[in-house]
Design a binder for this molecule. Structure first.
Ligand code: C2E
Ligand code: MG
Ligand code: MG
Ligand code: MG
Length: 273
C-alpha cells in the first residue's frame, strides 16, 4: 500500500513538474525570439522635484509586448532572462534604446534632465560592460554625465572588491551610479562609503508606510535620508503615490521622487514627446 501511494504521489509530482517545465520552456523560447522580433519596448517614468513636480529626469523601464499575450511586466520575465543569460543582450538593447530616445524625452523641457537605466547583476558582471557602455554612448551621442546606471543594493554586497573595480571603470566614462531599492539589502554605512556611487533610491517598501505616519516608518526613512545626505549622495524616493508621501518626504529632507502621483511609466508617445 505504501508503495502504491508513493507511486501515485510520484505521478502527481511528475505531472506538475511537467506542466511547470513546459510553461517555462515556452516562455524561454518566446523570450529568446522576442529580441529579434522587436517585441520589447521602453517605457519612461519621470523623476521629479517633489515640491514643484518639475521633471529632473526619467527612468527607463522595459516592457515585453509578447505576441498574442499583451504587455508582460518585467517581474515576470527578468528573473528567467537572468537565469538564461538573455538579460545581457536585452540589457544592452534597453540601454541603447533609452539613449536613442533621450533627445525626444528632453525636447519639451527647459531643465537638463538625467536618464536612469537599470542594470541587472549578470549584465553588470559581463566582461564587456565597460566597452559596451562606452560604444553605446558614442553611437547614440548620449551625454555621459546625464546617464545613471541603476544597480541594486544587493548587487553591491556580492563580491564587493570586484564591484568596486567595475564601478570605478564605468565612472571613468563620466556616468553616474544609482543604488536602487535602497534599504532592502542591509548594507552598512562603512560598506556604502567604499563604493563610488552618486544616488540612493529609497525603496517603495519604505515610502508606502509613511501614509500611516507610524513613528517607526518615519524614523526608518529619516535614517536613510540622513545616511544619503551624510555621504553627499542625491536621494530619490520611489513609489510616491500621495500628497501625504510628498509632505513627509520633503519635511524629512528628501526633495526628489518618482511615483504614480506624478506619472506612471509610459511609452515615448504617451510621455508627451
Ligand atoms: P525598479 O528599478 O525599482 O523600478 C521601479 C518600479 O516601481 C517600476 O516597476 C515602476 O513601474 C514601479 N513604480 C513606479 N512608481 C510607482 C508607484 O507610485 N507605486 C508603485 N507601487 N510602483 C511604482 P516595473 O516597471 O514593473 O519594473 C520592476 C523592476 O524590473 C524594476 O524595479 C527593475 O528592477 C526591473 N527592470 C525594469 N526595466 C528593466 C531593464 O530595462 N533592465 C533590467 N535589468 N531591469 C529592469
Ligand atoms: Mg530602477
Ligand atoms: Mg527600485
Ligand atoms: Mg524594484
Amino acid at each position: 500500500r505504501a508503495k502504491v501511494e508513493a507511486n501515485e504521489n510520484c505521478q502527481v509530482f511528475d505531472g506538475r513538474m511537467h506542466d511547470h517545465a513546459m510553461r517555462r520552456m515556452l516562455l524561454e523560447s518566446s523570450l529568446r525570439t522576442a529580441l529579434d522580433n522587436q517585441e520589447f519596448v521602453m517605457h519612461y517614468q519621470p523623476i521629479v522635484e517633489l515640491v514643484s513636480g518639475e521633471k529632473r529626469g526619467y527612468e527607463a523601464l522595459i516592457r515585453w509586448n509578447r505576441k498574442g499575450e499583451g504587455i508582460v511586466p518585467p517581474d515576470e520575465f527578468i528573473p528567467l532572462a537572468e537565469e538564461t543569460g538573455l538579460i545581457v543582450p536585452m540589457g544592452y538593447w534597453a540601454l541603447e534604446r533609452a539613449c536613442l530616445d533621450f533627445g525626444r524625452l528632453c525636447a519639451p523641457n527647459s531643465h537638463e534632465l538625467s536618464l536612469s537605466v537599470n542594470i541587472s547583476g549578470k549584465q553588470f558582471r559581463d566582461p564587456e560592460i565597460y566597452s559596451r557602455v562606452k560604444s553605446i554612448l558614442r553611437q547614440t551621442g548620449m551625454p555621459a554625465e546625464r546617464l545613471r546606471l541603476e544597480i541594486t543594493e544587493s548587487m553591491l554586497m556580492q563580491d564587493p572588491e570586484n564591484v568596486s573595480r567595475i564601478l570605478s571603470r564605468l565612472k571613468n566614462l563620466g556616468i553616474k551610479i544609482s543604488v536602487d531599492d535602497f534599504g532592502t539589502g542591509y548594507s552598512s554605512l562603512s560598506y556604502l562609503s567604499r563604493f563610488p556611487i552618486d544616488v540612493l533610491k529609497i525603496d517603495k517598501a519604505f515610502v508606502a508606510p509613511l501614509e500611516q505616519s507610524s513613528p517607526t516608518a518615519v524614523r526608518l526613512v529619516q535614517t536613510i535620508i540622513t545616511l544619503g545626505n551624510s555621504l553627499g549622495l542625491e536621494v530619490v524616493a520611489e513609489g510616491v503615490e500621495s500628497s501625504k508621501h510628498v509632505s513627509r518626504l520633503t519635511s524629512l529632507g528628501c526633495s526628489l521622487g518618482q511615483g504614480y502621483l506624478f506619472a506612471r511609466p509610459a511609452s515615448l508617445a504617451d510621455s508627451g514627446c
